[in-house]
Design a protein. Structure first.
Length: 150
């Protein structure tokens, strides 16, 4: 039941994200949306990371579910980096808009790596998950280093 609910919620999130750009009445709404999506992605990715780093007991089912949710969430924020969202309460650097091609390339790489982690996690092998987690985490860090303030 829990897996079905997670799948349903993930599918719903993807469906809602597709027209999200058109739904933002103002730039502040887009900023709130992307911050929320990043927070949810980070939470689920962090749960896998805690298992990988030994800070939480390994649970193959939980690792797979959290990695899958992180992969789904990794696709949602990008519609919310539209025009006018470079100002206001955001930690995005101006480089997001100045070098948008590089930003999109980094976003796509992150999506691929988190997707690989999700696929690997389905196998339930901790060593394989550890191997896939490293490049996924590095792709997240790369974006943070280049495109996020702080």
């Amino acid at each position: 039941m829990k897996k079905t609910l997670n799948l349903l919620m993930s599918t719903l999130a993807v469906c809602l994200a597709m027209p999200a750009a058109a739904q933002f009445a103002k730039p502040e709404d887009a900023i709130k949306y992307r911050k929320a999506a990043f927070t949810v992605m980070s939470t689920h990715f962090g749960r896998v990371g805690a298992m990988v780093n030994g800070r939480a007991p390994f649970d193959a089912k939980a690792a797979a579910e959290n990695a899958e949710l992180a992969a789904t969430m990794s696709k949602l924020h990008w519609t919310a980096f539209g025009e006018g969202t470079d100002k206001g309460e955001t930690r995005a650097k101006p480089e997001v808009w100045k070098d948008n091609a590089k930003f999109k390339e980094a976003a796509e790489k992150m999506q691929v790596e988190v997707g690989k982690l999700a696929s690997t996690a389905k196998g339930g092998n901790l060593d394989a998950i550890k191997t896939a987690f490293g490049p996924a985490a590095a792709s997240c860090k790369s974006c943070h280093d280049n495109f996020r303030k702080d």
